[in-house]
Design a protein around this ligand. Structure first.
Ligand SMILES: C[S@@+](CC[C@H](N)C(=O)[O-])C[C@H]1O[C@@H](n2cnc3c(N)ncnc32)[C@H](O)[C@@H]1O
Length: 279
């Protein structure tokens, strides 16, 4: 990125525009964008300028103040939604052992569910762990991005997304599309029945959640937050987790700075500090 930004782009884009974008997305979603993200922001938002027919960034940013629908699109465009089925598989192995030891009904919250691969992996794990398509498990899948949530709820994926799953899982949990749906797979309705979907901004100071989750999956989202935001989010996680529940975070997310709240019990798996009582 050249300083001051070049002018040979489709839409005029200045450092001041980029700074405004980062202030806004930080305020709305807690997402901290470094200087190096200026090009990425341009390419993600240029799509929105084209879709809305707005001619430059300044005008687009001004429009956001009065257009809640476009503000949603703005957030959707700037979130990073990379995910996959059984990503970081050791977590699911641990969960499979943990679930049968819990009293029913078991509640799991997946707090950055993206396009659904993670909560459906949780559902598959529950089915396998109890040997039943109707395990006593309820999974709440939330995300800030409404578009990825819609994809998650639909439960339809391209075949490549399940390529790396075992044949057993592919056969038990997915239906192959035919005709116009060739190349697509649909999640088994029994898995969908275990899930509910809701939009939730982790940044909100009050979460509309019933406390007492047995497990929380909050993976690969805190990397986008600065440390004070992470600490506030983790404080709220602590208040909705059962005293002996588990918190699973992403491979590069350390909770060392909130050692007063959580202590590690495995690779990126945490429990509440014993000195702390869940409220
Ligand atoms: C990289 S994906 C991680 C998906 C999944 N947890 C995984 O590990 O595969 C990050 C997700 O966090 C969501 N996200 C970002 N900021 C958020 C916020 N403030 N509140 C809730 N979700 C947020 C994004 O929309 C995105 O779907």
């Amino acid at each position: 990125m050249t300083q001051g930004f070049d002018t040979a782009r489709e839409f005029a884009y200045t450092k001041a525009d980029f700074d405004q974008v980062r202030q806004r997305i930080y305020r709305i979603a807690g997402i901290s964008l470094s200087d190096g993200k200026a090009d990425l922001v341009y390419s993600r938002l240029a799509r929105r300028l084209r879709a809305t027919g707005i001619g430059d960034f300044r005008e687009y940013l001004a429009q956001l103040d009065t257009d809640p629908e476009e503000q949603r699109e703005f957030v959707n465009a700037l979130t990073t939604n990379l995910t996959s089925f059984f990503r970081e598989p050791h977590h699911f192995d641990m969960l499979a052992q943990f679930l049968p030891r819990r009293s029913n009904p078991i509640r799991i919250w997946c707090g950055a569910a993206s396009t659904g691969e993670e909560p459906y992996s949780l559902a598959m794990t529950a089915v396998e762990s109890f040997g039943s398509l109707t395990p006593p498990v309820k999974i709440l899948a939330t995300d800030l991005d409404t578009q990825v949530l819609a994809t998650a709820e639909a439960g339809i994926y391209s075949e490549e997304k399940i390529e790396r799953l075992s044949t057993g899982r592919r056969q038990q949990f997915f239906f192959r599309g035919k005709g116009s749906k060739q190349g697509l797979v649909r999640i088994h309705p029994a898995l969908q029945a275990l899930l509910s979907f809701r939009q939730l901004n982790l940044l909100d100071t009050k979460w509309p959640l019933k406390p007492g989750f047995d497990a929380i999956f909050l993976r690969n989202v805190m990397i986008y937050f600065d440390k004070p935001t992470q600490a506030a989010v983790l404080q709220r996680c602590a208040s909705v987790l059962q005293p002996d529940g588990l918190l699973f975070v992403g491979h590069s997310e350390s909770l060392a700075h909130v050692a007063n709240l959580f202590s590690p019990i495995g690779r990126t798996v945490y429990k509440l500090q014993s000195t702390r009582k869940a409220s």
